[in-house]
Design a protein around this ligand. Sequence first.
Ligand code: ADP
Ligand code: MG
Length: 346
Amino acid sequence: MSEKRTEIDQLGEFGLIEHLTKNVKLQHKSTLKGIGDDAAVLAINENEVQLVSTDTMIEGVHFNLMYTPLKHLGYKLVATNVSDICAMNGTAEQITVSIAVSNRFPIEALEELYDGIKAACSVYKVDLIGGDTTSSLSGLMLSVTVLGRAKKEDVTYRNGAKEHDLVVVSGDLGGAYMGLQVLEREKEVFNANPNIQPDLDGHDYIMERQLKPEARVDVIQFLKELDVVPTSMIDISDGLASELMHICSQGKVGCRVYDEKIPIDGKTSMTAIDFNLDPITCALNGGEDYELLFTVKQADFDKIKGNPHMTVIGHITDASEGLYYVDKNGSMVELQAQGWNHFDKD
Ligand code: ADP
Ligand code: MG
């Protein structure tokens, strides 16, 4: 290591990954895709590929145990990993789970965590096949590696979007972020006065979006049934704007998405307005919805049209046209992505 010291926040999360991995050379023909997508893609036989992805969750960064039930946390840990396999248009089959835990946690707490992990394994039909257990000086760290499978011709990468393709999202957006806002607010109220009961009434939907998200295995199944292979796909973990930037930068294209088309549940909008936030901003920049963002050829429009789980929000343009969303007044606003600056000090 040289004397030079450069702060991580100069690069941001994605810049850092790029910086650390830019000289990595693939040495095996079986590595069809290494770094840079929702999962790596490995050759296993003539017709199928293996998919592999890892995600880590750290206490105090990704979850706060003051308001996160351990059972939900275990479920979410598996769901978010399965979501990365969905984003490749594949099926998750196995996971390994690694935990680092301080002696602050009794065995009963870890049993609860595993109840959630096992519940998700049963819902998503994945086998828990191993992992690692170690001690931690502070807090709880959880890491899952998920293995999946897809037919070769079905695999969808982040980089396949072409001009004129339609931009589609599953489900609705912004709910997980608003759920987090409510939980954080009630945490502050509780810290100020522990006698006040948390007021979570009417917030079930957004709370569930935050605490117990689902991987959209159903959407992958619908796409199969409709005989649609998206031209590109990513899961929405960091907010729509950030994921659109990945799709466009990797595909070397631009996009136009329309404010009024972005699907936002009424409960999400109402809560956003209560918090003096613009619901669209929450959908664009709030993370953790774990919906799918994908592009399809225009010719496939008839197949997905009217499907209640999928909404066309815009289209892909030439790169020279940039990345914009069109607001209700018809003004073009350039997309900015907060997810690109995870290490920002503020
Ligand atoms: P996702 O949000 O879908 O989990 P990430 O943004 O975490 O994806 O990662 C983007 C890509 O960078 C993935 O291919 C991932 O495997 C890779 N990656 C992330 N961190 C590292 C690292 N420390 N070393 C090597 N590759 C990494
Ligand atoms: Mg992903």
